[in-house]
Every structure is written in structure tokens, then in C-alpha cells.
Design a protein around this ligand. Structure first.
Ligand code: C5P
Length: 445
């Protein structure tokens, strides 16, 4: 792998010498931190560049690439090689999504192509290239950690990741995986979306009742933070939360092993922070379409912190109100599926997060396929997930591909989490198509 990284970074340095550069990156935490790593690296090389952060690499986005620039794609591109190969630009891709290699002039760094595969995110790959370019870039290792946490890879510590963790001076502490672990407990509980704790999330009174029940009192003006709890307090808290979660075997996110884990404490803007919290703030800015704030934050701009916190708060309120909207409004309930139509009441950028939260909670029966929809101007964003821990025998990716084969649009994803975008005019056709597909499959089973 080291050789591949070296060859890639040498080639990149050579090709950017006399070229204008345009970076395109994905709007999630991994994409934004990758963009920040590359921005800093190019800035230190005194190279000017333009940058765009996007939701998805659609044909429209590809057509909008500047014709006269070298393109660097971060955290996307692996699924669009055919379309990209038609461009005249020189293209570099750093990505960790699955890839079908085609013969082309595109320069690709993707860990799926390594001889010895290691699970790495795009920010980690970007960091490895950046550090190869200059040792000075070692200070960007924190951003690689944030990207890695954003893509929930922290349980899978491989050799390269371990090296990056050491370079970033991360402190790892065991604790309850509710965040921010560095902030007062009442706030952390009240805003906990994963897990969504009934009677606690979004409920200040319920939170205070729980803390009273387990005899945790304010120390001074505020409650203690999670990382400051002693063993006994932690035990009581875990038990109380398990009870609220109505813990049972079928909910994958609710297992004790998933509630307790490693907290990653990193130094960020001169403070010790819970990496999951910073990662969540960056993600929120992306989802709320304020990627410029997230990028500034990643680049160390202290004034961006306050702005990012405000966006984060709005995002959390959006999540809570989205969950409430879903709870209170009618849904199409099938035998083994549920269609949730958020229409224009839920942002298209958070519909996937809501579908994930519901799939991890115990709201729907194990194995139920959750199909969640939200408008985006003249389009509809659709996110699908499977409830509970059982592996579905249906591929949601196939389902989404079937939808776009019938209605047009763009689809993709994995067996258990997939999505698509269709035209808004096709709303009813989509619902009928899904119903038919499930009914037909039920009959043919
Ligand atoms: O957007 P959502 O979170 O529902 O996406 C689930 C998965 O499907 C993700 O891996 C996403 O990248 C993929 N997806 C895709 N093309 C789409 C929508 C989602 O590849 N049009």
C-alpha cells in the first residue's frame, strides 16, 4: 500500500505543476474532512484551487466540471468511472467506495484496489497522500480521525488506522457511546439521536427525571460530563437507559456492547473534544447545506465554531421534529414494509438519517423495510433501510435500481441501505411500484 500511495502522490505532484486545480468532494464528514486535508496540503504547496462540495456526483455535476482544470475527486467518483472517462480533463480520484475498474486514464487511489485490503475512509487515504507529500502535514491526522468516525469505522482498528490514531495523539477511553461525552450529561442525553431514547431524546423534563432517579446531581452550575462519571454512576446510567430503550434482543443498536465502547478524545481548536461530537457537527453542517462553515471549522477557523454549533442545533431540532412528524402522520403500512412520505416537511438531506434512526430503534418490527421519501424541489429523495438486526433476503440496492429502471433517476447503495432520486411527478407511480413489487414478491415466494 505504501508504494501505491507514494506513486499516486508523486504522480499528482507532477501533474498539478502547471495546472489549475478543481476539487470536488462529498458533503458528509468523510468528504468534508478529505476536502480540508487537500485544501491545506495544496495551500502549503502554494497551489491555487477551486473547490465544490456536493451531495452526489450526478451527470449534471459532471457536466459542470471546469473544462480547463485538473479535477481531484474526494470520497466519490468510483461509481462514475464510465461517465468520467468521457471527459478530457485529467482526473485524480481518492475514494473508498466500491469500484468497478475500467480501462481509463483516470488516476485512482481506492483501497478496494490494494493487494492487501484494509478498511479505510477517504479522509484517511487523503491524509496518507498528504503526509507522503510532506511530513509537515502530519498535523492533519486529526481530520483523518474525524472522517473515520464520521463513517463509523472506529470499531475496526487495522494497522494503518492504528498508525494514524497514534500520529493524531488520540486518547481512547471506554464509556457510554452517547455524545458529546465532554459536555454536561443532561444536554448529551437530551440530544441523543443514536440511540433515540424514548422519553429522554428531545425531552428536557424526562432527562432531568432520569438523572434524579439515578441520583446524579449538578456539580456546581452544570451536570458532570460522561467522561467524568465514576464507575458506579456509569453503571446506573446504562441500566436506566437500557430500561428506557426497552432493550430486547432484536435491536442491534440497543445491545449493551453497542452502548459501551471507545470514546475518541482529540485535540481540536485547542480543546479536548469528543471526536464523535465534532464529526457530528461537520456532518450536520453538510446536511444543512452549510458546507462552507464545516470546511472553515476543519481548517481551524475559531469563529466558524460558533456558527457550526448554531447549525448543529438546528440540525438536531430538524431530526427531532422529523421523527415527531413521522410519528404523528399517516404512513403506508404493508405486510413487511412501511412507506413514510415526509413530502416538503422533512429535508431531503436528513431523510436518510431519519430512516437509519428508525431502523436502529425498536419502532418497527424486525425485518420491516423502511422506505422514506422527501421532496427536493422537483425531485424526491428516497432512502431505504431494514429494521432490526436481521439481514434481509431482499437487496435494497436492487429495489432502488428497479425503481430507477422503471421511472428514471439515479440510484445506488448497498444491500441494507440504499437510496434513489426520482422526479416529483412520479410520486404516485413510485408508491404503486413499491406496493406491486412487494405484493408480487409475497405471492411468488
Ligand atoms: O441517502 P441514503 O443515506 O439513503 O443512501 C444510502 C446509500 O445509498 C448510501 O451509501 C448512498 O451513497 C447510496 N446512494 C446512492 N445513490 C443515490 C442515493 C443513495 O448511491 N441516488
Amino acid at each position: 500500500m505504501e508504494k501505491t500511495i507514494k506513486e499516486f502522490s508523486e504522480l499528482l505532484l507532477e501533474k498539478i505543476k502547471n495546472k489549475k486545480i478543481h476539487i470536488v468532494s462529498h458533503y458528509d464528514t468523510d468528504g468534508i474532512t478529505s476536502a480540508a486535508i487537500f485544501s491545506k496540503t495544496l495551500e502549503r504547496l502554494n497551489k491555487q484551487f477551486s473547490l465544490k462540495i456536493i451531495k452526489q456526483l450526478t451527470k449534471t455535476e459532471i457536466d459542470a466540471f471546469p473544462k480547463d482544470k485538473l479535477i481531484i475527486l474526494l470520497d466519490l467518483g468510483s461509481g462514475s468511472l464510465k461517465e468520467l472517462a468521457n471527459l478530457n480533463n485529467e482526473i485524480f480520484i481518492i475514494d473508498h467506495h466500491e469500484i468497478e475498474l475500467i480501462d481509463s486514464k483516470i488516476y485512482i487511489l481506492n483501497n478496494h484496489l490494494f493487494n492487501n485490503y484494509e478498511n479505510l475512509c477517504s479522509a484517511e487515504l487523503s491524509y496518507l497522500v498528504s503526509r507522503d507529500i510532506s511530513e509537515e502535514n502530519k498535523d492533519l491526522s486529526n481530520l483523518a480521525i474525524l472522517g473515520m468516525i464520521g463513517d463509523t469505522m472506529e470499531k475496526d482498528i487495522n494497522k494503518t488506522r492504528n498508525k494514524i490514531i497514534n500520529e493524531a495523539n488520540v486518547k481512547i477511553k471506554r464509556g457510554l457511546l452517547i455524545y458529546p461525552s465532554t459536555r454536561p450529561l443532561d444536554k448529551a442525553l437530551q440530544y441523543s439521536a443514536r440511540p433515540f431514547i424514548p422519553g429522554i431524546t428531545g425531552d428536557p423534563k424526562g432527562t432531568l427525571d432520569l438523572l434524579k432517579e439515578i441520583e446524579i446531581e449538578k456539580s456546581g452550575k452544570n451536570y458532570k460530563s460522561l467522561i467524568d462519571l465514576d464507575e458506579d454512576e456509569m453503571k446506573k446510567l446504562v441500566t436506566a437507559i437500557m430500561l428506557r430503550l426497552n432493550y430486547h434482543e432484536s435491536s442491534k443498536e440497543l445491545e449493551p456492547t453497542n452502548l459501551i465502547g471507545n470514546l475518541y478524545l482529540i485535540k481540536f481548536l485547542n480543546r479536548i473534544e469528543d471526536a464523535r461530537e465534532i464529526s457530528a457537527i461537520i456532518n450536520a453542517c453538510g446536511r444543512m447545506e452549510r458546507t462552507e462553515i464545516a470546511l472553515m471549522l476543519c481548517l481551524g477557523n475559531t469563529s466558524a465554531r460558533k456558527k457550526a454549533e448554531t447549525v448543529y442545533l438546528k440540525y438536531k431540532q430538524n431530526i427531532i421534529s422529523g421523527l415527531k412528524y413521522i410519528e404523528e402522520n399517516s404512513k403506508i403500512q404493508g405486510n413487511n414494509y412501511i412507506i413514510i412520505n415526509g413530502k416538503d416537511k422533512i429535508k431531503d438531506t436528513i431523510i436518510g438519517t431519519l430512516a437509519s434512526i428508525l431502523s436502529f430503534s425498536s419502532v418497527y418490527k424486525e425485518g420491516t423495510i423502511i422506505i422514506a421519501m422527501a421532496y427536493n424541489e422537483d425531485k424526491i429523495k428516497i432512502s431505504t433501510r431494514v429494521a432490526g438486526r436481521s439481514k434481509s433476503n431482499k437487496s435494497l440496492r436492487d429495489l432502488m435500481n428497479h425503481v430507477t429502471a422503471c421511472l428514471g433517476g439515479e440510484s445506488g447503495g448497498h444491500k441494507e441501505a440504499a437510496g434513489c432520486v426520482i422526479k416529483k411527478n412520479d410520486e404516485e407511480r413510485f408508491i404503486e411500484l413499491v406496493k406491486k413489487k412487494f405484493e408480487y414478491e409475497t405471492i411468488t415466494v
